[in-house]
Design a protein around this ligand. Structure first.
Ligand SMILES: [Zn+2]
Length: 384
């Protein structure tokens, strides 16, 4: 009997790998507290772009490494996307130019390039040679294959080349000119980078344009080195993503685990917001903050009662030896989240279902019992 009741579950320690927090989450705040235009131009970013040598000057960590502001601008007559990146993104893929900011490799996109992405790139004349002519196993369109054949048989005409030039005759072809004498300049073609670079499989996801993710928030990257547990550990750099909204909310994903490192981040973030020209409307800030504190502020500050860790990502194993047991996932799903014929989650032997009043969302209360204690957890989202 005692043998049968012995639990096979011996959970490992919880491994916390992500901590996410809010600064100044004022419920239902509609006040304009932070002027994002002001912030985007004036927030001090530690990594800077040196135009003279065309590269990014990095500073020691911790540091603010990147500022991005993607915005959808809507007026009565028009609507368009704008993007701002400081330092700028790049360098542009070799032998390409950007059709939005007109910069040519090895330059970076401009800071205000509206689509600083691979999708925006087209080949230069050098690129035509490098990506089209020199390509070993091409899978091109018929049009590009025709160009290749003409190149190899030295039968390129001005008329044929003009089909690929952004400005006709910007590269001159003499009669009977052999192909190797055609000048490979950085004159612009109409061949798109993605016409010649074929993406396969999951790597496609990497090229989802950043500007599709319009958030109307100033996004910052902050990099820091991990907390060493022993001197044997190497420094590993980690990244916090920060979103600043005009209603004063700051959402931080992946903040440092150690309080002291977190405080360093918070303090420098708040300082830099305050240093950013006139980005903060302090009257509106105090108006919202007054719901949470009696304190009156003369600059943007962390309001403790409205700032907290909102989620933690973690994992554990149910037993130490990896493949000791297998879980029947269907059964587990039925125990925790079984549905009735109307598609509603129903209570079970270990679970009680309740519905949140505002959203009509169903929450599962799961009861459990271990050797030492009884307890329950609320599951607000269960995916299978
Ligand atoms: Zn560009």
């Amino acid at each position: 009997m005692s043998q049968l009741n012995k639990s096979i579950i011996e959970p490992t320690d919880l491994n916390i790998y992500g901590i996410n927090s809010f600064i100044n989450k004022f419920e239902d705040s509609k006040e304009d507290i932070i002027n994002l235009q002001d912030l985007k131009y004036n927030f001090k970013v530690d990594f800077t772009f040196d135009e003279e040598v065309n590269q990014i000057e990095e500073s020691p960590l911790p540091a603010f490494t990147q500022l991005t502001f993607n915005e959808r601008i809507v007026s009565d007559t028009t609507s368009y996307s704008s993007s701002y990146n400081r330092p700028p993104l790049g360098p542009i893929e070799k032998y390409c130019y950007c059709s939005y900011c007109s910069n040519i490799a090895p330059l970076y996109h401009s800071i205000e390039c509206s689509f600083p992405e691979k999708k925006s790139l087209f080949l230069t004349m050098e690129g035509l040679f490098y990506y089209v002519i020199q390509k070993a196993n091409p899978e091109f369109s018929e049009k590009l294959n025709k160009l290749r054949e003409a190149w190899f048989s030295n039968t390129i005409t001005q008329r044929l080349l003009n089909e690929f030039l952004l400005i006709p005759n910007s590269v001159k072809i003499q009669t009977n000119q052999i192909s190797s004498e055609i000048p490979l300049s950085n004159k612009l073609t109409t061949i798109q980078y993605f016409d010649v670079i074929i993406l396969r499989g999951p790597t496609k996801l990497e090229y989802t344009p950043a500007t599709q993710k319009i958030s109307n928030a100033v996004m910052l990257s902050y990099e820091y080195t991990t907390d060493k547990i022993s001197n044997m550990d190497e420094d590993i750099s980690k990244k916090t993503s920060i979103r600043i909204y005009k209603n004063g909310l700051i959402n931080l994903i992946n903040v440092p685990k150690l309080q002291v490192k977190r405080d360093t981040l918070y303090n420098s973030l708040i300082n830099r917001i305050n240093m950013s020209s006139d980005a903060v409307n302090i009257e509106n800030f105090n108006k919202e903050a007054s719901e949470y504190t009696s304190e009156n502020f003369d600059e943007y500050s962390i309001v403790k009662n409205a700032s907290y860790i909102h989620s933690v990502n973690s994992q554990f194993s149910m037993w130490k030896t990896k493949d000791k047991y297998l879980i029947n996932m269907n059964k587990l799903n039925d125990i925790i989240s079984s549905f009735d014929s109307f598609g509603k989650i129903v209570s079970g032997r270990y679970t009680t279902i309740s519905t949140l009043p505002k959203t009509n969302k169903q929450v599962i209360k799961l009861d459990y019992q271990t050797k030492n204690k009884k307890g329950s957890v609320y599951i607000i989202n269960w995916e299978n």
